[in-house]
Write a protein that binds this ligand. Sequence first.
Ligand code: AMP
Ligand code: MG
Length: 410
Amino acid sequence: MTEARFAFGGEALPLDVAQARIAEGFECRVGVEIVALHEALGRVLARDITAPINLPPFTNSAVDGYAVHHADLRRDGATLLPLHGKAFAGHVPPPLPPGAAARIFTGAMLPPGADTVQMQEDCEQRGDAVLLGAGIAPGANCRLTGEDLARGERALEAGRRLMPPEIGLLAALGLERIPVYQRLRVVLFSTGDELVEAPARLQAGQIYDANRALLAALLSRLGAVVDDGGILPDDPESTQARLREAASRADLVLTSGGVSVGEADHVRAAIEAVGELTFWRVAIKPGRPMALGQIGGTPMLGLPGNPVAAQITFSLLGRSLLDRLAGANHQPPIRFFARSGFSFRKKPGRREFLRVVTDAGGVAQRFPKEGAAMLTSLTQTNTLADLPEALTQVAPGDLLACIALALLNG
Ligand code: AMP
Ligand code: MG
């Protein structure tokens, strides 16, 4: 997959093209297992799910009120009908004779014969009878058998990541053993001699490793098993040996840092030495060169070292790779439009993701600290404004295509 034109000192690859390469270049690497529904959150459905029952399973009332035969109602005014029976949720009601009304509660089965429910706010009970207001449509306030989903219809498609609504739907269909893809095992490394991890105390020149925790959190949210590879020193031999060992037990090897072209950047060379490298410069900011490749047939992705660049490149590219490998249908994050509250000049030729704060009125303000190392630019904002390649400036009032950061994190 190496393409010299986009590698090393060459042209930078547009983000769209990089995303398409990932979508085309990888396949699902995991098998299928059955899990209990309560363990299925965040997992990826491995088979289409066909509704085994109708939803709802029987026609029932959407409100508290009175069930009637619509044909018994007068067209020109209110109708007084004698009351006959009650329909409670969870109980089978007696049939409704013609010319009568039944008290009914939300979720109760419609009495056989009834076809319409008048809500209680539009009725007046008078002893053993009820006065029903005029003008209700036939079938009003009834939830029909199978109107949500009919038996045999496809409820969910294979590749769907199971989030709370999907879990609710599977439960409503009475399903409890769910076929999902096995979790993807990701061996995760940080790289760099400057990195240490708490509780160690920082020595001169050292920083705490932020990326491993950040990426492990992103991976866990996506249902992957994170296999902690630790910190790779800036040393070519041990980088090679540990990447090779990791590849032998992983579905994906993920690293951050060490993919630039500095003297201490060994990840790229290590992949070349023990596997096969596709190296891209992707035309985005933040986001630097990315190393993509494989070692012994296991995919390997090297993200940039600066934490903001690591998060953004993971979310824009790594996530689609992860989805491919995990059998999930990749859904690019949904965009919304916010109005710019700022001016900004931009270099053409690359996509730029500005960290902005969007208020409830849909106006976005730029976050003043924009360095790719500034973690607060992610914790103190809520939005990435996605500025297209060709754009050179943003003026107050311009519409900005935006991605909610919360979507990238879940
Ligand atoms: P590199 O690409 O390795 O040159 O890293 C670029 C920048 O990101 C440097 O300032 C590194 O110190 C920093 N960096 C790399 N990895 C991490 C990490 N895991 N946590 C925090 N900062 C990092
Ligand atoms: Mg480094």
